[in-house]
Design a protein around this ligand. Sequence first.
Ligand code: GTP
Ligand code: MG
Length: 207
Amino acid sequence: MVIKTATFVKSSGKWQDCPEPTIPEYAFIGRSNVGKSSLINAMMNHKDLAKTSQTPGKTQLINHFIVNDSWYLTDLPGYGYAKVSKSIRKDFEKLITNYILNRRNLVNLFVLVDSRHKPQAIDLEFIQWCGESGVPFSIVFTKVDKLKPNVAIKNVEDYKAELHKTWEDLPELYVTSAEKKVGGEEILNFIQKTNEFLINNSVSFDE
Ligand code: GTP
Ligand code: MG
């Protein structure tokens, strides 16, 4: 997909405040610091469209970007950020789950996991919740530039094996690096194909 325009729309503190759900939407979710905002910038070819930080917990609101005037790309706050109080963490979780369950134009969620780590309980729990809640999602491995290729392949295979313990069919998997601009094109191709499918089937998000 050619990115002609990518523009910030607004930040929202609750799902009811998000922009009108009239066009297809794709959202990035994952642990704090996993690289959601960085990958959005890499895919949009834009240095600081989404704000990034070395300190976890940078994105605390739901950020909407509109791409090619036709679909939303959404940067969600990270889950599992340890350095905030339990009640704030709960508020974040509520914000995220309410958004996911109520946003009727949300076509696919991209769940980002750090390719360097073994499957983490918090991610597996979140993936489990998506499956049980019927939320369409894909898994995106991030920061693959930090690994030797053979280690990256092994980690992805280990992750698949872990998921196979619960799921027979696995979701789409993407291996990415925001730093080296790897994998973003594949995600954009998926989005393009999905958007075309929605248009060809006259899918509308009206209530
Ligand atoms: P929160 O908004 O806090 O939830 O974090 P986030 O998931 O949006 O992460 P962010 O994009 O802010 O990146 C966190 C840190 O990881 C930053 O220091 C980035 O530079 C670094 N980072 C992100 N993606 C990559 C990558 O592909 N490769 C490398 N080497 N570093 C990355
Ligand atoms: Mg962020």
